[in-house]
Ligand binder design. Structure first.
Ligand code: V4E
Length: 239
């Protein structure tokens, strides 16, 4: 498991020019994201984001506030405020465990998952791709009362940067929203403050200014398609 530390930014002509001069374009990609939640939004209201991307399940949940970052003051604290920190899970058994925990807390106890399906999820060795896909889709989405609530495609250009481990993505979602992201992945127990510092230095070099948190694709999607849920997430400081 790793922690994704990320700052979103609006990429203007100047920052794009700097990025193309200093950064190295690692390529362009296109992917579809399908986000899942219960009909009552039990996951996202707990800042838990489950999606399928390129046929793989991914789960993001808020990383606990980190001591180093919490104790900083002044400019460093401001830099930290502009970044998000989320734990990323891609292992299906970990995702399954986390979802059960979160949904149990939410009082969603009516899982219809069979013992056989549960066993396959916790010990997926020996499963073929097609069988795994079936178990995941039927076992999780249906059994845990999860439905797809958002679906969109992104065209992404990725750049590597002069600082080790810094990636910059320029995303364009098919619903007409563009956003840049400066991202550093920190292994579990790694130095999050160092990642925040790298992001801050990168933002400065790119000429990224402004003290407002920039919306991600999902925030804009929810604002447009689920305004009441979006307002609730805002009021609970999840977005
Ligand atoms: C909404 C949200 C999450 C879902 C993923 O959103 P996002 O980071 O915009 O997606 P994407 O495609 O860039 O993911 P990546 O390819 O980088 O993995 S995860 C956390 N949130 C909440 C959230 C927030 N509170 N504030 C901001 C600025 N972004 C996201």
């Amino acid at each position: 498991m790793s922690v994704e530390v990320e700052r979103k930014f609006v990429c203007n002509a100047n920052s794009l020019k700097t990025l193309e001069e200093i950064g190295v374009c690692a390529g362009q990609d296109q992917f579809q994201d399908r986000y899942f939640d219960t009909p009552q939004f039990d996951l996202t209201l707990r800042d838990v984001w489950l999606r399928q991307r390129k046929g793989h399940w991914e789960l993001k949940c808020a990383a606990a506030t980190l001591r180093g970052a919490q104790e900083t003051r002044g400019e460093r604290a401001e830099a930290a405020r502009l970044c998000t920190r989320y734990k990323e899970m891609t292992n299906v058994a970990d995702i399954h465990r986390k979802l059960r925990e979160v949904l149990k807390d939410a009082g969603e106890n009516k899982f219809a998952m069979s013992e056989c399906c549960h066993q396959k999820l916790t010990d997926p060795r020996g499963l073929g791709n097609a069988e795994m896909k079936c178990v995941l889709e039927e076992g999780w989405a249906t059994g845990m009362n999860l439905v797809c609530f958002a679906e969109f495609t992104t065209v992404r250009r990725t750049f590597t940067w002069e600082e080790d481990g810094v990636h910059i993505d320029l995303d364009e979602a098919d619903f007409g929203y563009r956003v840049g992201e400066i991202e550093v992945l920190v292994p579990e127990g790694g130095d999050v403050q160092a990642a925040l510092d790298k992001i801050e230095r990168t933002a400065k070099k790119l000429g990224v200014t402004g003290d407002q948190v920039v919306d991600g694709k999902m925030s804009v999607y929810l604002q447009r398609n689920y305004p009441a849920h979006y307002a609730r997430l805002l009021s609970q400081h999840i977005l």
